[in-house]
Design a protein around this ligand. Structure first.
Ligand code: NAI
Ligand code: MG
Length: 337
């Protein structure tokens, strides 16, 4: 029996890496039916809304989405559709694994998982300008929201994830020394939740020091959990440990719905050139296959990616090679995905 999923190719390199991913999924015999939907700038241009009702209705029905990156204008313009989707479906846990897949990165054998809180923190978008005199933008204010409920469920998710995946340690990275209320609450709740998991080591660490140790000695970490913006920043850093944003998948998990996407954005600097590395979205699709009980197919695709990268004959530009998306995708398919 096949599972219907919503597919949103998105903006920039989105359509290129999505097409590559679907080709690999089909070649691997994934039992999936695709409901193609629009989102982002592409949707705004074609149907007049960056998040059309049809897209929301599709995700409401399928409960699983594979999504390419969506461009968000900086400063003015519409709010992030990514943030809107995470809020709409209460996709509270953003799971971002970073694993070494090929030699030639800065480190060998990295195997880390960052669990980012996805619905609270500074990214709730409660912000406004404060006018002074004739300057309407003399100052600006953003509010960081942390709730006991939101913190408890994300920290619990991290511990459950650690247990289910045989991991030894959970690190909560925070800034409770300076943000005594928001981050102080987060740290207190994390400590409470940790007592329910005596089988998993627990430590807390200040976020800036965490960033330093992550570069100096990433092996001291295992599963990390943190608020939204810290997780956004640190997960790009973690991608850098394993060869860059081309290798960083993500799953946005809610109680009923899940959305799988790459950590990277729409990469306008290389869009339309056929040079994007599709591995991030491919690995996200593998996480999706795990989610819909097609783990064996996901494992086969992961093995095919590893074998192509190990042989090193085909390398996209971000890996220091000169092969395009198409050549790389074909190599993964030939490696018996
Ligand atoms: P970006 O992640 O799109 O690109 C950063 C750098 O990494 C660029 O030099 C790009 O060429 C490179 N890169 C990214 N993905 C790559 C891939 N698969 N293969 C090879 N190189 C790759 O970040 P940027 O430029 O800051 O953001 C561009 C747009 O994407 C913005 O509008 C931003 O809001 C949006 N964005 C969307 C996300 C999403 O849909 N989840 C996540 C992050 C950003
Ligand atoms: Mg990001």
């Amino acid at each position: 029996m096949s599972t219907e999923i919503t597919v949103i190719p998105g903006d920039g390199i989105g359509p290129e890496v999505t097409a590559a991913t679907l080709r690999v999924l089909d070649a691997a015999g994934a039992a999936l039916d695709y409901d193609h939907q629009l989102g982002g700038i592409t949707a705004l241009q074609q149907v007049g809304s960056p998040l059309p009702d049809a897209t929301l209705e599709s995700i409401q029905r399928t409960r699983v989405a594979l999504k390419g990156p969506l461009t968000t204008p900086s400063g003015s313009g519409f709010r992030s559709i990514n943030v809107a989707l995470r809020k709409e479906f209460d996709l509270y846990a953003n799971v971002r694994p970073a694993r070494t897949l090929f030699d030639g990165g800065r480190y060998e054998d990295i195997d880390l998982v960052l669990i980012r809180e996805n619905t609270e923190g500074l990214y709730v978008g409660v912000e406004h300008f404060i006018g002074v005199g004739d300057d309407p933008r003399a100052a600006a204010e953003s509010v960081m929201i942390v709730t006991r409920h939101g913190t408890e469920r994300i920290v619990r998710y991290a511990f459950e994830y650690a247990r289910q995946h045989g991991r030894r340690r959970v690190t909560v990275a925070h800034k409770a020394n300076i943000l005594k209320y928001t981050q102080g609450l987060l740290l207190d709740v994390a400590r409470e939740v940790a007592t329910d998991y005596p089988d998993i080591e627990f430590e807390d660490r200040i976020i800036d020091a965490t960033a330093m140790w992550m570069v100096l000695d990433p092996y001291r970490f295992d599963v990390l959990v943190m608020e939204n913006m810290f997780g956004d920043i640190l997960s790009d850093l973690m991608a850098g440990l394993v060869g860059g944003l081309g290798f960083a998948p993500a799953a946005n998990i809610g109680l009923e719905t899940a959305m799988f996407e790459a950590v990277h954005g729409s990469a306008p600097d290389i869009a339309g050139q056929g040079v994007a590395n599709p591995t991030s979205l491919l690995l996200s699709a593998c996480m999706m296959l795990d989610h819909v009980d097609q783990r064996e197919t996901g494992d086969r695709i992961r093995a095919a990616i590893r074998s192509v990268l190990a042989r090193g004959e085909i390398r996209t530009r971000d890996m220091g090679g000169s092969d395009g998306t198409e050549a790389y995708t074909e190599a993964v398919i030939r490696a018996r995905a």
